[in-house]
Write a protein that binds this ligand. Structure first.
Ligand code: SF4
Ligand code: SF4
Length: 384
């Protein structure tokens, strides 16, 4: 296993971290719900820790609030060998008493006296001012002074401008963002990696395989990988795209099976799985792969946002992105989930009144209201 330094906190952590939001589950068909398959999850987490993974990421809300408890049980007796990182969502931190009570519950579930890094979960632009006003960071500083946490961080899924605002606001110990070979110019973009690195803020990457979508490319893309003399799986190519950045401390993999975990460990244990591991030719192949995926997208939206704001609040480029992802990767599960969260914010395509305002502004001349209907029909599964 390769290890890296964790920003200004200076920990050494495994370059592969285990994300605990896709633990094995048991589905109860009759009740229409799922719960963590504790036996398999314990085996998976303990195997990871025993094979040299030292970084474990969870959150208050993962797996219907079961993830922290399972992780705590799995790591009992191994606590001093690992770093445990967890997150609280802004929505459950209204008062100072809430913030403290939530931390105490989390410590109890994790069976530990301290958390290595405590995050504000998924800071979003519309709530950033409110997060500051609630003095959550100040509460976290008090926890750090009491020894209950050792570092303060945030996770983020939005665009670069808000990422910069958040990063510049406070001397964070770490930040966790989504990046992968498809998101170099999306989400917070690859520039966020460099910005965090310049500040000495430990950088943790989530969704390195884009929810697993990059693991099983269509034949036309697999052929590009196969043509290269060094044979690697699509998973390894996707991880190497991130391993090459020196600023990244840990890359989280949300494994579900022991087989996936063993494959990931093998990739991160290779002697050359280190910063700078990609040659110019290999970077070129990954650029071609990115372009090939993008050519599969059916709505030619560039994400320029000239169409915004919609008077009805429809998140036009965000919806098209979810739809195109479904088409590109041939799997709708993840986009449906993303669309569900868009709908929870009152921004889904059903709110479109076909006023046409956005279409006049779209440089790609997309029939936006029509395409929104198509996207809605494909993605509405989680909403209904
Ligand atoms: S056509 Fe629909 S999406 Fe476009 S501005 Fe009007 S309501 Fe919004
Ligand atoms: S203006 Fe057109 S291309 Fe730009 S984000 Fe809106 S729909 Fe996409």
């Amino acid at each position: 296993m390769q290890y890296r330094t964790y920003g200004k906190l200076g920990f050494r952590v495994s370059a592969l971290g285990m994300g605990c939001m896709r633990l094995p589950r048991i589905i109860h068909e009759e009740q229409g719900e799922a719960q963590v398959d504790t036996e398999k999850a314990l085996e998976l987490i303990r195997y990871a820790a025993d094979q040299g993974i030292t970084y474990f990421d969870t959150a208050y809300g993962y797996h219907n609030m079961q993830s922290e408890a399972v992780l705590g049980e799995a790591l009992e007796g191994r606590r001093e060998k690992v770093r445990i990182v967890t997150k609280q969502p802004f929505g459950v931190m209204h008062t100072p008493a809430d913030i403290r009570r939530n931390l105490e519950q989390t410590l109890q579930k994790l069976r530990t006296d301290y958390i290595d890094v405590y995050l504000i979960h998924n800071i979003q632009k519309p709530f950033w001012e409110e997060i500051k006003a609630r003095k959550i960071i100040e509460a976290y500083e008090q926890f750090r002074a009491e020894g209950l946490i050792r570092g303060i961080g945030f996770s983020y899924h939005g665009l670069l401008p808000t990422f910069k605002d958040i990063l510049d606001y406070y001397p964070w110990d770490m930040c966790q963002i989504q990046q992968n070979l498809m998101d170099v110019e999306r989400e917070a973009t690859a520039e966020a990696i460099h910005l965090a690195g310049q500040k000495g803020c430990a950088l943790v990457i989530m969704e390195p395989l884009r929810g697993g979508s990059l693991a099983n490319p269509p034949p036309s893309i697999q052929a590009r990988y196969n043509a290269y003399p060094v044979k690697r799986s699509a998973v390894e190519w996707a991880f190497r795209h991130l391993i090459t950045y020196p600023e990244i401390s840990t890359i989280l993999s949300g494994v579900t099976t022991l087989e996936q975990l063993k494959e990931d460990i093998a990739i991160f244990s290779q002697p050359d799985a280190v910063p700078g591991c990609l040659s110019a030719e290999e970077r070129q192949i990954l650029s071609q792969v990115r372009a090939a995926y993008e050519s599969l997208a059916s709505i030619p939206c560039t994400g320029c946002e000239y169409c915004l704001p919609c008077p009805n609040g429809v998140a036009i480029p965000g919806i098209f992105r979810q739809y195109n992802d479904g088409v590109m990767f041939g799997a709708l599960d993840q986009p449906k989930r993303g669309y569900f969260f868009i709908s929870r914010q009152g921004q889904d395509a059903s709110r479109c009144a076909a006023c046409g305002t956005c279409e006049e502004k779209c440089p790609q001349h997309i029939a936006i209201s029509q395409e929104l209907k198509t996207a809605h029909e494909s993605l509405k599964g989680w909403i209904e």
